[in-house]
Design a protein around this ligand. Sequence first.
Ligand code: AMP
Length: 432
Amino acid sequence: MKAVRGTRDLLPPETALWNHIEATARAVFARYNFGEIRTPVFEDTGLYARGVGEETDIVSKEMYTWEDRARAQSEKAQSLTLRPENTAGVVRAYIEHKLGETGQLQKLYYMGPQFRRERPQKGRYRQFSQIGAEVIGPVSAGSESPLRDAEVLEMLATLLDELGITGWTLEINSVGSAADRVRYNEALRAALAPVAPQLCEDCQRRAVTNPLRVLDCKVPADQAIIETLPRIADSLDEDSLAHFAAVTTALDAAQVPYTRNHRLVRGLDYYTRTTFEFTHNGLGAQNALLGGGRYDGLSEAIGGPKAPGIGFAMGEDRLVLTLLAQESATKQVLADAYIAPLGDARDAAALARVNAAGLALARELRHTGLYIELGDGSFRLKKSFETADKTARAIVILGEDEIKSGILTVKTFSTGVQTKVPRAELATFLAE
Ligand code: AMP
């Protein structure tokens, strides 16, 4: 049996890097006063159809959807979907738990697996992990303020810096209000009509169903034509322009570097106004580290109250790839000591005695906070030394003599020095 295509096992020592990323993210989010939310891994399919958008790639072709078994014959089977992203689930929870009624801004972060049936390649998987956050609330709580957008972007710059990711780029754009989008879609449709036949098959379809998506096209032959299409900036009304200007002014003040990308519209339908992406050139074709934006109409689209918000999702798999490429820390973590009980494999009672003493000593040392690897009394001394050398910084020999005398032999691998240490001083010796 093998892991299913597009899914992976994560093994040590790489999992240490995953834990490091998650711990750093939690620490940074806490400093910005975010709390964690955990939503279910599957939801009613309708949530994504309405919340993400029927015409998006995600909903139209990438979701893992199934009919749940009906409980009674009279009941209709419910269509369920493994979450392809987490924002819709968070907003569903916001509505369900009436979080808007607190009158406060909700600042929520999440981390966990997401599922999309994409064509697997490096940096793109069918089960992948996102770390994301949302700032959402009633208008009276300031949820529409451009300061929230700028603060989220500044937090992301801080997080990437603290993770040690160097050389990231922030691209931002405004896709305007819902009304701006209607105007722009019309302009785009009109401009696309005469040129669409020269574009790729996907774009010909998008030109009719969802013209904004044409801007996302990566097909080289299409680029020259796409560059001549109208820009969304020209369709923004005064409020949207002022909102975007306020975001960039705040970013300038905080000295967060960014570039404007007129074609950044993102793959999810719910975005309004600010959209952004952080990319890294070390990632190859799948160069997006994270993406996000404002979604002022999402709550209403899924049946909730007006609750503007802004959020992002980072691809944890891609953060790991970036850090690995920067040759940072996936060295194996060595234990402080390897305890080698020394027995006689042919004498079961003696073997049991040294092994039991080994467990007792390991417990004592681990309780002091030391990292301990415990061997086995049936190993020959040579094998114990070889194993210890690979897994720990020192070896502690524990035979019948040592148990009786209370004096243990410790060899430190980095210096090659062998020392006799009284048991009572062992923890301090190893810690030093
Ligand atoms: P999205 O939810 O599409 O806005 O994606 C946000 C981020 O999640 C992207 O910038 C990627 O870093 C990551 N991501 C999206 N899809 C995948 C995937 N199939 N495999 C790995 N990472 C992904």
